[in-house]
Structure formats: structure tokens, C-alpha cells
Design a protein around this ligand. Sequence first.
Ligand code: HEM
Length: 668
Amino acid sequence: ESHVMHHRDLRHALDHAFQTAEGSLAKQIAINQEMHTTGVDGEQRRRRGHFINMFGWIKKLNVEQSKKAFILLAASKQISQLLGKTIKELQADPKFVKTWAEFASRYCKPRLPACDVATRYRTIDGSCNNIKQITWGMAERPQARYMPPVYHDGVGTPRQFSITGSPLPSARHVSNVLHNGGVSDLLEPVDSAMVMQWGQTLDHDMIDTPVVKGHKENDIQCCRIDASLRAKRAPCFHIHIPKGDPRFLSTCMNFVRSAPARDDFCKIWLLKMTDSGAFIPTKDQTSCERDVPSDYCMKSGDLRIHVVPSLASTQIMMLREHNRIATILGNLNTHWSDETVFQETRKIIAALNQHIASTEYMPIVLGVKTMSKYGLRSKPRGFNHVYNPKVDPTIRNSWGAASFRFAHSAVPGDIGGVNMKGIPRTTRLESTFNKPTMVLENGGRGSDDVNRWLTTHRGGKQDRFLEPAIRDFLFLDDTGQSFDLAALNIQRGRDHGIPGYNAWRKWCGLPVAFHFLSKPGGVVDIHPDAAKALADVYMHPDDIDLYSVGLAEMLLPGSRMGPTFACINARQFQDVKFGDRFWYENNYPRTGFTFEQLNEVKKMKLSNIMCHTQPTKLVARNLFEIPSKKNPLVECSHLEDMDLRHWKEHVYMTKGPYVPIKLLQKYF
Ligand code: HEM
């Protein structure tokens, strides 16, 4: 009927919908202010809520965008109610879509950056990487999707029912049955804890600190009222805690935000550091807990740096490497401006990140076979020109909210340090959350001990179980309350509208499951024990939350994940690689490396960086595997190292005048 609806009536309805939405926003702001003063769920528990919220921090810049997004979502719900039509039906009506776009336009003019397409370097926010689609992969943009979302109401309420009609199990219940301890059916890995840690470091680089707890202006949404990105609706998204649960858990989870994405592996490693090589203090001293008077919260470019000492320690390693390289380049090229030294160094650090991810990290977690299938292997030498301007590198929410959280299972229950004499000590992980003490000991040299520990001790087993440190005691506070990371992940998936198991199996070209048995027609990639646990909590294989089932699948040989996670993770890395104009192996004279420079980058391993940045004399060549006969400790001086003399004012720095945009577009 809507297409026969009188134009004036439609305008009237839309007017009403937007006015109501503005009203709801005002109410929401009042609730938020209340939350801000009382903590997420009450005065006493303020601190724990504060830390979980840091994963959804609000930056001033995005508050306005967030408000607009809220209005768009509220208005789309209103109009759907007013006209008695589903969003899908409305989207199919061209007249409606046109009028909606007109009304929505004032809420969704994207703030587009001005691009200097001739620049040699990545922009800070990742914009203009793709010359035609300048926001692809840019920071602070909504996440994209591989598949349309699945919401209870088709707009934004998380899934609540099984396809059979009965209620979905509570996220905590799933966590209790599927992710709690138990004897693993998998082999003991030789992975060092650095595998786990590098994963988190990489992930935090690819998904910048989520800044908006609501979705931002989104041009797609404006034209199609596509609620694929969500707005914050209420202070709390409750996780039902089953009766008799042994833990005193918070039932309240902060809301999804459309986490911004970065297309590259490149964080701006701040140049400013303390004399002993740690991050300097930040102005905001509330982003960590200071147990010792000399502790301080660090300024690193990512608020989440304190979450575990091992994250801060690896970031410090990269900070020092940046400054080491910058010093050498500055001495080699005394006539370069500060900016040139900074940018050339930043370019090398980004390349090292991509190189280590592709040649050391991914072969372990994805496995070489999957990497080959998705074109993810770097060439041992020389260029490997892969850029394809049609590929959108934007982070997909199935990756951020589910599949790349796979390594939460490898988070060990202990964390520790190994001092210069090789003497180790360990602490329970839960006593270190958000505390910089371990890292800042000895003026920041505590991080060296942590890095030595990470590379010489095993990580947690990659299976479907999470350590109590994060499943029961995440962000434990004085009142004894905490979070369950597995439950958060499951709930987050529903919050993001991530479709269930079979939808992903189909998307990946894998057989779908009609029953819970580990035989044809069933959950063939799942061990019978795990399949039984799944059958205990879910009514139908279609319903299974992606995070849980991804962990439950048996690992592909030579990898740390099952076929469904491997498919989504590999696809995301593929998009990030092929959609990156600045991919380190690309053969572009202005923006890329010279042949010689690239080969220097390709000599490097994480062990080189470790040797450069801390007074460690002995390292294993492969820092992702604990030292063994096969992977013995060697002297740092025995490692092949990169020669930065190839960066002495090279022809590529001076060559060529400004290239007109038209020409460039043709060229790329
Ligand atoms: C070392 C201990 C770790 C802790 C304490 C930790 C904790 C957390 C927390 C609290 C969240 C937010 C949960 C939510 O509210 O949705 C999160 C998100 C996430 N974690 Fe972890 N994590 C750890 C390690 C890892 C590792 C090893 C990986 C992967 C290799 C990883 C990947 C992710 C990803 C991809 C997200 C989503 C990030 C976003 O959307 O911004 N984490 N983690």
C-alpha cells in the first residue's frame, strides 16, 4: 500500500518519525548522563564498568555522529511501525526510499576527507587509500558486513529465539556448557604466548579503539534505512545469569558501537617516550589502575593498551623500534625534515607489521594451506604487486565480533616476566588487568621481562575453553564482580546481528548441518564431545552463535582454527591485503619501496625487533615457538639484519614532479 500512499501523508509520517526519534535521543542522553555519574550498574561497581566501557570509548569527535546515527535508527523503527511495514518492504519501495533519503540527508552527510592523492604516505586515518572510494578502510567508519544482519525485529534487537520458536540460550549458559575448562581433545601446541599476544596487538591495530557506542552516519543507511549498524538503545544489554551460577557476574554489557576500521596494520607509534623507553604518561590518568605511586597510565594511541601487561610490552617494543629506525634515518639523511624522517620510518614500521603478520604469525594461526588458498603468502624476495582497487578492505563485523576473537582461548591463566638472569616469575592474569605496574617496573624496563616471558612460555591451548582468568574473573573489582569474556563475545555477536552457524557454513562453501551428530548431514567439523555440548544448549544448528561454534570446530591441520573461522579470518586478511594501495610488496615507485629496500624489510623477523629494542643477548629465531632443539636460542649478533643504508636519499625520494590526479587514477 505504501507506494499508493499519498506523497503528503508519507512526508507527514516521516516528519513524525524523525520528531519522535529526536525526543528519544534527548531521553537517551539523560540516561547516559545518569550512567556516567553512577557507573554502568551502580556506584559501587563503577570501576569495572569503566574498563569494559573503554572497549567502547566515546571520543568527542564522534558524539555528534553517534547522535545522528541514533536518530536514524530510531526513526527507521518509528516509520516501520507507523506504516505497518517491515524494513525490507520499505526498502523495496523506490518512492519511499527517495523520500526517506531526503529526510535522512541532514543526519548523514559523511565528513569526507580532502585527499592529496599524490602523497607518498598513508594518511593517519587510512582515508584516501583507495583513490575512488576514499573512505574504504578509513578509521572511525562503520564496520561492513559479509552478510546481511539477523535481528529479532529485523532492525536492531538481538536474536532472541531459535528457528524452532523456543528462546535462545543465555550467553552465560552457553559459556558455562561450552567454554568452561574441561579436558581438551587437541594436541598441546608449541606456540609461545607471543602468538596469542601478537594476535591481540595486530587486532587492536586493525580495529582502532571503538569510539562510538551507536552507529555513525552511514550513507548506505541513509538511502536504504539499512539497520545493519546499530545504535545504543538502553544503558544495559542484560545477560541472563542461570540460577546457581557459581560466579557473581555482572549481567550488564555495554552496547555495540560501530567500531571504526583501519585498512592497514599501521598504528602511529608515538615518537615521544621516556628515557628508559616507555610510553609517556597520558593526560587521562583514568585509563588504568595505579597500584604503585610511580605508576602512570600510558599514552599510546590506543586506550586499551593497559588491558594486559603483555599488550603494553609488545607495543613498547614497536615504539622503541620506531625511534631506533628514525634515529638512523635522520643521521643518514641530515637534510630530511622531521616529517620525512617520521613518515619514512612509519612506512617501514607498517611494512614490518605486515611482513611479520604474513610470514610469521599467520602461518601458525591460519596455516600455510589456507594462506595459499587466499593469496596471503608474501614472496620471499622482491615485489608482489597485488593491489586491486575493487577490493574493500573495511573491517567486517563478523571478524571483529567473532572470528578474530578466536585466540581468547589461547590467553593463558598466568602472565609473567623473565629477568636478565633468565629467572622467571609468574602472576595470575586477573591480578594484572588494567594495571601498568609490571610494565613500568625499572622505569619501563619491566616490559623487557614480559617480552622475554612471552617468547619462552607457552600460551593457552587453542581449544573451545577459556581460562577462568577471563571467563570468570575479567576485570574483577573490589566488590567481587567481574565479566565473562566468552559470554560477552556471544552476546556481542547477537548485538551485532551476526548470523548463526549454517549461514556462515553456506557463505564459506562448507556443508551445512541439519543435526548435532558428527556425521554426514550433521556438524561434521565438530568433535562428538563438543557436538554434544552444543546439542545440550541449542535447539537447531542454524541457531548456534558463530563465536561458540567457531571455537568448537576442530582445528584444521597446521592451524589454530577450524574451517569456518579460517574462512572468515582469511577472507578479511585477503581484503586487507589486496585492498591496500600501500601494501608493502606493491610495486609503486612513489609510494612503495625500491627493490633493494623491500628485500631489506623481508630479511626481518620479530626476533630482530626484540634484539634491537631490549638488552636481550639470546633469542630464538622464531619467537612464536618456545625455544627447543628445533628452535634454539641464538646470539642476537648471529641474526641477519636489515641494512638501513638503502634509505640514504634515494632517487625515489626526489623523483618526479606532482602527478595529476587523472594520471594517477589511470595508473592505479
Ligand atoms: C590477553 C588477554 C585479552 C583480554 C583480557 C581481552 C579482552 C577483550 C575484551 C574485554 C574485549 C571486548 C569484549 C566486548 O565487550 O565485546 C575484547 C575484544 C576483542 N578481542 Fe580480546 N582480549 C585478549 C586477547 C585477545 C587476543 C589474543 C585476540 C586475538 C588474537 C583478541 C581479539 C579481540 C578482538 C578482535 C576483539 C574485538 C575488538 C573490537 O571490536 O574493537 N583478544 N577482548
